[in-house]
Design a protein around this ligand. Structure first.
Ligand code: ATP
Length: 306
């Protein structure tokens, strides 16, 4: 069985002459949790809507579970569950009745799936309480249970923790983790809460202005988020040339012209660094140790706040 669950190639969605998503190619593998990161309007929801067949791409292709077609077939979409822009629940129905309704609508014969999923999301003891009286966290979990009704291999969640209190956030996080660990479900989840995403995702997709800026695993992120020395000078190009001439390793030039030097590779001989730069007629205006977080890494990739 292939480990690739979803592959997009050159995926583009234009509204008028504006591209919401442009030439975006990603590969999602089985059992991994992909955190989709981008500022407001970056194209996250549009990408998710295309993946879920809710919006037709202007260009490019989506291959779901090895099956490629510009308009994905209904059978493929059954293997995909999504929670985009709030769960489609009937507020007058109980959790069980909502599950029952969606099971019948999706044509799933096995009734036992209702109890099984309600147990999985921790809503098996809500009895006669109606969904309209649930907390936001309970509603989100019920929405996820509904999205899971056809036992999908890919689950797409657009900002599932938006508006949740800390308890609700932990509940959704635990649920996502369990789904990937215990069921091998692949999850694509967007969030603006980067510290939370850091605890949930195994991989990160950073998008900006509709384009994929970077795709990296948690392990790669951790390597990059190690401690580093931030070096800045009045003329970034001369700074970089001087550092290269000094044989500096583990160096990363940022969009703002600053340079990050991984301390693991270069050590922490700041004095030698200053001497080397000054000898090459470059005076560092900043030379300071830093530790990167997912948040600062994200900002460094997209070029900082606009
Ligand atoms: N139906 C539509 N018609 C016209 N423009 C749209 C439509 N849907 C999205 N857009 C535009 O596409 C761009 C990307 O929007 P999208 O909702 O995908 O971003 P996002 O990353 O999900 O943002 P947010 O984090 O605020 O939810 C935005 O400029 C938005 O205005």
């Amino acid at each position: 069985m292939s480990d690739v669950v979803l592959r997009t190639r050159g995926l583009t969605k234009r509204y008028g002459d504006r591209a919401a998503v442009e030439d975006l190619s990603v590969t999602l593998e089985r059992g991994r949790v992909y955190g989709l990161i981008g500022r407001n309007g970056a194209g996250k929801t549009t990408l998710m809507r295309m993946v879920c067949g809710l919006v037709t791409p202007t260009q490019g292709s989506i291959e779901l579970l090895g099956d490629e077609s510009s308009a994905m077939r209904q059978a493929d979409l059954r293997r995909l569950g999504c929670l985009i822009e709030g769960p489609g629940l009937n507020p007058r129905m109980t959790a069980r009745q909502n599950m029952h309704l969606h099971r019948i609508l999706r044509g799933i014969p096995s009734e036992s799936v209702e109890s099984e999923l309600l147990r999985l999301v921790g809503l098996d003891d809500t009895g006669r309480k109606r969904a309209g009286d649930f907390s936001l966290g309970m509603r989100q979990r019920l929405g996820i249970a509904v999205a899971l009704i056809a036992n999908p291999e890919l689950l797409v969640l657009d900002e599932p923790i938006n508006g949740l209190d800390p308890v609700g956030v932990v509940e959704v996080r635990d649920l996502i983790r369990r789904l990937s660990h215990e069921r091998g479900t692949t999850v694509l989840v967007s969030s603006h809460n980067l510290p939370e995403l850091y605890q949930t995702a195994t991989d990160y997709l950073i998008v900006d202005r509709g384009r994929l800026c970077e795709s990296l695993s948690l392990e790669e992120l951790d390597v990059r988020c190690q401690q580093y020395l931030l070096v800045e000078a009045a003329e970034p190009a001369r700074l970089v040339a001087a550092l290269e001439a000094m044989g500096t390793t583990g160096m990363r030039v940022m969009p703002d012209g600053s340079v990050r030097i991984a301390r693991a590779t270069q050590g922490d001989d700041r004095e030698a660094l200053v001497r080397g730069l000054v000898a090459r007629d470059v005076v560092p205006t900043t030379l300071a140790p830093h530790t990167e977080t997912l948040e600062s890494y994200f900002l460094s990739v997209i070029g900082g706040p606009r």
